[in-house]
Write a protein that binds this ligand. Structure first.
Ligand code: GMT
Length: 387
């Protein structure tokens, strides 16, 4: 029997941390010789459109038959999962985000048979927001309990999943990871002058500008920092809170100090411009963006929400304060920005931690081990020199 696996992956293909993790994982698994089939309504944005060995894409087409008031995407997805699983003889269906993906995988497995194993990865808001909703709770519990393997991206998310859904099954920890061939400190000397004067520091916030990110806190922190340390604030991303934030910046007279960069693809290049990343979220199961910054040598100042403290070690690779404590976060940022020795030490610790603890190679191997375990197969002696 071949040791490589046939793996179906479903995720949200547009912007979002869960989609990024799913796509990057699929690419790494394909590099290792597994056959990877993405099943989604569009090509995952990190996948690109050029042909890549071992990677296939299956598009879900939604039926808009006239009796449907709402086109049933979930049913079309479940059917497509089952079709691809049968046609390609998938070993594993790995779904990212519980709703609707884990539920669709459960349905697909009913159509295909128990030889198809389902692995569900919980990413955060599927539990911290959606599972709090009584209309979804039982469905999410069912999908999790019926999965052959379940993983979550932090210990805090595992704890919250158990608590909110009152379940006791095993959940594996699989932290987010970064591809170190992409995320490393980039030379920004030619770009920095476009955003800041030589004596100014750069603070950055990258998100989908949803209320959970507390972007207003970012502005408050920056206003306090700027009183002590001449600096600029760069916003990357787009989302519903953006107009409110723009008004706040104008009210505070900070418009000349803030740049809005919109959505950016070359995140490693953009993050490397920053001296500090601000992440004051109200909820954050892991905080992929803080890891991406860490891998570029940029420390995070943020909140102690969710899984952030599992990633950012307070005082070593960044600084954390209670959610909403903008005074304390500003003090930490000022300290980092005005003490060159501290900044250098913290930046080096960031590079080391990202490379060792959140290395793509390590986390991909953890996922593979879970796949072999749920299949009841022995983990093959995996290639000792991978890259
Ligand atoms: O941060 C977001 O709002 C996007 C969200 C998603 O579902 O794509 O990100 C979640 O998953 C990421 C990847 O596992 C985590 O790094 C983020 O912390 C998590 N977001 C939240 O928990 C708010």
């Amino acid at each position: 029997m071949s040791q490589s696996l046939k793996i179906g992956i479903t995720c949200y293909p547009s912007l979002g941390g869960s989609g990024v993790v799913a796509t990057e994982l699929g690419k790494l698994l394909a590099e290792k010789g597994h056959q990877v089939h993405f099943i989604a309504h569009s090509i995952p944005f990190r996948l690109g459109t050029t042909f890549q060995k071992n990677i296939f894409y299956h598009e879900v087409e939604v039926s808009d038959y006239y009796v449907f008031r709402y086109p049933p995407y979930d049913l079309s997805l479940a059917t497509k999962m089952a079709q691809v699983a049968k046609m390609q003889q998938l070993d594993i269906l790995h779904v990212h985000y519980a709703v609707p993906h884990a539920v669709c995988a459960f349905l697909a497995k009913q159509m295909v048979g128990s030889q198809l194993k389902v692995v569900t990865t919980l990413h955060g808001t599927d539990i911290t927001v959606l599972a709090q909703d009584e209309s979804l709770k039982d469905l999410i519990r069912l999908a999790i309990n019926e999965s052959d393997g379940v993983t979550a991206v932090s210990n805090d998310l595992i704890r919250e999943t158990r608590e909110v859904l009152d379940i006791s099954r095993d959940i594996d920890l699989t932290y987010n990871f970064v591809d170190k061939r992409v995320y490393y400190p980039r030379d920004t000397s030619a770009l920095r002058g476009d955003f800041a004067k030589p004596e100014e520091k750069i603070l950055m916030h990258i998100s989908n500008f949803r209320p959970v990110k507390r972007v207003s806190d970012v502005v408050d922190i920056f206003a306090k920092v700027n009183e002590k340390v001449p600096s600029k604030l760069l916003f990357v991303g787009e989302g519903p809170e953006l107009p409110k934030i723009q008004c706040k910046i104008n009210e505070l007279g900070l418009q000349d100090k803030v740049h809005f960069l919109g959505k950016q693809d070359e995140i490693a290049q953009v993050i490397s411009l920053a001296d500090v990343l601000l992440l004051p979220s109200a909820k954050e199961s892991f905080g992929l963006v803080a890891l991406e910054a860490m891998a570029c040598g940029v420390p995070t100042v943020g909140s102690q929400a969710g899984g952030i403290p599992e990633l950012v070690i307070h005082g070593e690779t960044g600084f954390l304060a209670p959610i909403g404590d903008v005074d304390q976060m500003a003090k930490y940022a000022i300290r980092l920005l005005s003490d060159e020795d501290l900044a250098r030490r913290v930046s080096e610790a960031c590079l080391n931690r990202a490379c060792v603890d959140f290395c793509d190679k390590l986390i991909t191997k953890q996922y593979e081990e879970i796949y072999y375990r749920v299949l009841g197969r022995e983990v093959p002696k995996l290639d000792p020199v991978w890259r």
